[in-house]
Ligand binder design. Structure first.
Ligand code: G6P
Length: 483
């Protein structure tokens, strides 16, 4: 007997750890103020219209939990811009163990190849307890989605935080069309095997519970299917993985930059003001090498600074003629290793300034306070953009700079960033571990002749915007509904 797939409902559910809104409480009465975020999912879901679906996310802080409690999880439309958002009030210990103890310090590390010492990782009782909570956190999402979903609805589950959700949900609601999207790289089998066997299997089986598992590049999709074959003995076909009688389709959707949004936002007066300030800081007639990142270990900021230092050492002709504008915005500061890394970035930048700087020339301008308008100003003024992650799912900075750079910035890009698959032909590709090679690429980028640079910049901007966020989102949805 063949089971016909159910008629799809028009309803779309998105599930992600971080939702589109966060809260802060202030004053004696604990007034809750909402702050809305951006990104590909926000654009995609809003393109469907306010009634099309619901976004299910976790409360990330005590203030979020207060809001989730106050509103019974359903956030008021005025806080969400009309979008229906269900914020799950997951107990703090469960959330923190799942988020910091598993997702950020284990899964993120495995997929980004960040374990670099013989002492890490340690899978002890502490990890086992965190893993139990990761499961509970995933169950909380699966329960909420099972409750919320109409017959045959499409459910788009996001990222490594929620890898178990597709499997859990498919068991409870076989009528649903479930997609999982990984925004990160995926580890090759030899590295994925670092995880305890049962954990590795459960993660793969969890994602294979989806009808469709999608990735940002073919490389990450291939690593995932290699893991399924190597660890589960699954059968890998042309764009499919079959295991225990169930087939999951594998998709690739390379998220692009949102040109319309970026151009409009970058032309506002607050960005003009920041640009004027930055120009003054850099000094007239000097070339700029720009980088903008979260202070994230995988972004490889320290090696980027060391490559710049090497440029100044090997090629003194650049002294006084170039400034490295580096924005490194603190991230995941709950983890000690991130706090240490943030401090190291500042130390290395200060040492460069102390060793090479002179009156009227500061070789590195480092900012650590998040400021989107200033980031856009830096993109506008960049002569060279430096994007050198150890590994990255895509890296949107590499795609955003070409869209709004006024000087046709040259792009020095890690070959390990997902974006290299689409932009590689017009970028100067580097091995992110190779400091001398990166320094040399910076020199070549700074000395590219203007017509070559302009031709690259034009093609980079085209490639970077090939699949803007709304189209990226709708393509996933269409593919999932196409079944
Ligand atoms: C980056 C990654 C995403 C991930 C997100 C989590 O943007 O590309 O894959 O979901 O970080 O960041 P958070 O600040 O929520 O831990």
């Amino acid at each position: 007997m063949t089971v016909e797939p159910p008629e799809p409902s028009g309803q779309v559910l998105v599930a992600s750890n971080r939702g589109p809104v966060s809260y802060t409480r202030s004053g004696a009465d604990g007034t809750l103020t909402a702050r809305r975020g951006g990104g590909g999912l926000v654009s995609g879901l809003s393109a469907l219209g306010a009634d099309a679906g619901t976004w299910v996310c976790a409360a990330l802080s005590d203030d979020d939990r207060a809001a989730a409690e106050a509103y019974g999880g359903r956030l008021p439309a005025e806080d969400t811009g009309g979008q229906s958002v269900l914020m799950l009030d997951i107990p703090r210990e469960t959330f923190e163990a799942a988020y910091n103890g598993v997702a950020n310090s284990v899964l993120w590390f495995v997929h980004h190849l960040l374990y670099q010492t013989p002492l890490e990782p340690v899978f002890d009782e502490g990890f086992e307890a965190a893993w139990a909570r990761y499961r509970a956190y995933n169950r909380a999402f699966a329960d909420a989605l099972a409750e919320e979903a109409e017959q045959g609805a499409a459910v788009l589950v996001q990222d490594y935080h929620l890898a178990l959700v597709p499997g859990l949900l498919a068991k409870r609601r076989p009528d649903l069309r479930i997609g999982h999207f990984s925004h990160t790289p995926w580890a090759p089998p030899d590295l994925f095997r670092v995880l305890p066997d049962e954990v590795a299997r459960e993660l793969l089986l969890g994602i294979l519970g989806a009808d469709r598992a999608a990735f940002l590049t073919g490389r990450w999709a291939g690593a995932f299917t290699d893991c399924c074959a190597a660890l589960l003995g699954a059968e890998v076909g042309e764009g499919t993985v079959t295991h225990q009688g169930r087939t999951t389709r594998i998709g690739v959707h390379g998220l692009g930059a949102d040109a319309e949004f970026l151009r409009e936002r970058a032309s506002r007066t607050d960005v003009d003001e920041r640009l004027a300030e930055l120009r003054e800081r850099v000094g007239p007639g000097r070339a700029t090498i720009v980088r903008v990142d979260r202070t994230e270990l995988s972004k490889n900021i320290v090696r980027g600074l060391l490559a710049y230092r090497r440029l100044l050492t090997d090629r003194p002709e650049w002294h006084g003629r170039v400034v490295h504008v580096a924005f490194a915005y603190p991230s995941r500061q709950d983890l000690a290793i991130y706090r240490e890394y943030t401090a190291e970035v500042s130390r290395v930048a200060e040492a460069i300034n102390a060793d090479f700087g002179r009156d009227g020339w500061t070789p590195v301008v480092l900012h650590v306070k998040d400021d989107f308008a200033r980031s856009l100003a830096a993109y506008r003024m960049a002569d060279v953009a430096l994007v050198n992650p150890i590994r990255d799912g895509m890296n949107l900075v590499a795609k955003e700079v070409p869209v709004i750079s006024e000087n046709g910035a040259a792009l020095v890009l890690s070959r390990e960033a997902g974006a290299a698959e689409e932009l590689g032909a017009d970028a100067l590709l580097v091995n992110p571990y190779d400091i001398a090679g990166t320094a040399e690429a910076l020199h070549r980028a700074l000395t590219l002749d203007q017509p070559t640079r302009a031709a690259h910049a034009k093609r980079l901007a085209e490639a970077a915007t090939a699949l803007p966020p709304t189209a990226w989102f709708l393509a996933q949805l269409d593919a999932l509904r196409g079944w």
